[in-house]
Design a protein around this ligand. Structure first.
Ligand SMILES: *[C@@H]1O[C@H](CO)[C@@H](O)[C@H](O)[C@H]1NC(C)=O
Length: 311
C-alpha cells in the first residue's frame, strides 16, 4: 500500500493536478460520503446530520440562515414528500435509512459534478478518455506509454491509469465512448453504482494478488517495506476483512474491503436521528416529533441545541 501511496504523491507532483482524491486507493475507511466526521473527539458534529438529511452542502448552508419556523415548515415538507414513502404520516427506520442513503449518493454526485466541470475543458458536457487524460495527467495515453518503456515510475502510473480506464469505459453505459455528466458520477464514485462493483474487485485482485491464485494474503495486502505503524494498521484491518480467519481474502471478503458499506452507515444515522427524536419511544416518528427536533435534523439560524453556550 505504501508503494501505491508513493507514486500517487509522485503523480500529484508530476502533473500538478487537483485530483489526488481519485488516485488514493479507494477503501472503506477513507471514503465517507460526508466529509466531516459525525463525532470529533467525542463532540457531536451536527453538520453531519444536516447533510445526511438534506443530501446537499448548499441546502445545509441555506437552512442555517432560516429562522426556526421556516426551517420547521421546510423540514415538514421534506419529511412528507421525500421521506415518508408510503404516505402514512409516520417515518420509520427503513424509510429514513433509505432517504439517508440517497442523500449520501447525492453528496457524492455533487462532488463528482464539480470534478466533471474542471475536467471538461471544452465545456461541451461530454468527456472523452483523451480529454480526461489530458486534463488530469497533462499528457496523452500514447505519450505515457512511450515514457513507461524506460521509466519505472511512469510504468506504475500507467498501470494505475489503465485501471482508471477500465472504470471509465465501464461507466460508459450507452457505449458511445464518452462520459456524460450522469455517467461520470459512476466513474467517480463506483461504489454507489452496483454495476461498477465487480470491476473494482477485479482490479483489486490485479493489483494485489501477485501469484494470481484468487486470494489476497496478508503479504500481498500489505507492503513488505511498510514501517511498523503502517504494518500494525494493515494487520488490524486485514483481520477485520478476513472473516473466516484463514489468512487470506477471497472475492467476497475483498468486496467488503473495497466497496464501502454506505447502507450500514445510513442505518446507523437513521437510528441516531430516531433515538434523539422519538419523544414517546414507540420506535417511529411523527411529523410533530420531527418538527420539534428541527435543530438536530436541519438546523436553523437559532443557536443549536448542541451548543454548550446555550445549556
Ligand atoms: C471480473 O473477473 C471475473 C473472473 O475473472 C470475470 O468473469 C468478470 O467478467 C470480470 N468482471 C469485470 C467487470 O471485469
Amino acid at each position: 500500500m505504501k508503494i501505491q501511496l508513493k507514486y500517487l504523491i509522485f503523480v500529484a507532483l508530476l502533473v500538478f493536478c487537483s485530483c489526488e482524491d481519485e488516485k488514493k486507493p479507494k477503501k472503506h475507511d477513507d471514503h465517507p460520503p460526508i466529509k466531516e466526521a459525525h463525532y470529533d473527539h467525542g463532540e457531536h458534529n451536527e453538520d453531519y446530520d444536516h447533510q445526511a438529511v438534506l443530501g446537499s452542502e448548499q441546502d445545509a448552508e441555506e437552512f442555517s440562515k432560516l429562522d426556526a419556523a421556516e426551517a420547521k415548515d421546510r423540514l415538514e415538507s421534506l419529511a412528507k414528500e421525500k421521506i415518508d414513502l408510503n404516505k402514512d404520516h409516520i417515518i420509520d427506520e427503513n424509510e429514513l435509512a433509505n432517504h439517508i442513503l440517497k442523500s449520501f449518493v447525492k453528496l457524492d454526485d455533487a462532488e463528482a459534478q464539480v470534478r466533471f466541470g474542471e475536467t471538461d475543458a471544452d465545456s461541451d458536457d461530454i468527456l472523452t478518455w483523451k480529454e480526461y487524460m489530458q486534463e488530469t495527467y497533462g499528457m496523452s495515453e500514447e505519450e505515457l506509454q512511450e515514457q513507461a518503456k524506460t521509466d519505472k515510475d511512469k510504468k506504475n502510473m500507467l498501470n494505475d491509469i489503465l485501471i482508471e480506464k477500465s472504470r471509465f469505459f465501464l461507466a460508459d453505459r450507452n457505449k458511445d465512448q464518452t462520459l456524460d455528466r450522469k455517467e461520470f458520477n459512476a466513474f467517480y464514485h463506483p461504489f454507489n453504482y452496483e454495476y461498477m462493483h465487480e470491476n473494482e474487485i477485479n482490479n483489486t485482485f490485479k493489483f494485489h494478488d501477485k501469484n494470481s491464485d484468487g486470494f489476497i494474503t496478508f503479504n500481498e495486502y500489505s507492503d513488505e517495506n511498510a514501517d511498523k505503524e503502517t504494518a500494525d494498521y494493515d494487520k488490524e484491518h486485514f483481520k477485520q476483512y478476513d472473516k473466516d480467519s484463514n489468512g487470506k481474502l477471497d472475492k467476497k471478503e475483498v468486496e467488503k474491503w473495497v466497496i464501502p458499506d454506505h447502507g450500514q452507515l445510513a442505518i446507523d444515522e437513521a437510528k441516531h436521528l430516531i433515538s434523539e427524536t422519538d419523544a414517546d419511544k414507540d420506535g417511529k416518528l411523527t411529523i410533530d416529533e420531527i418538527r420539534d427536533q428541527h435543530s438536530l435534523w436541519v438546523g436553523s439560524q437559532h443557536i443549536s441545541l448542541h451548543d454548550p453556550e446555550e445549556l
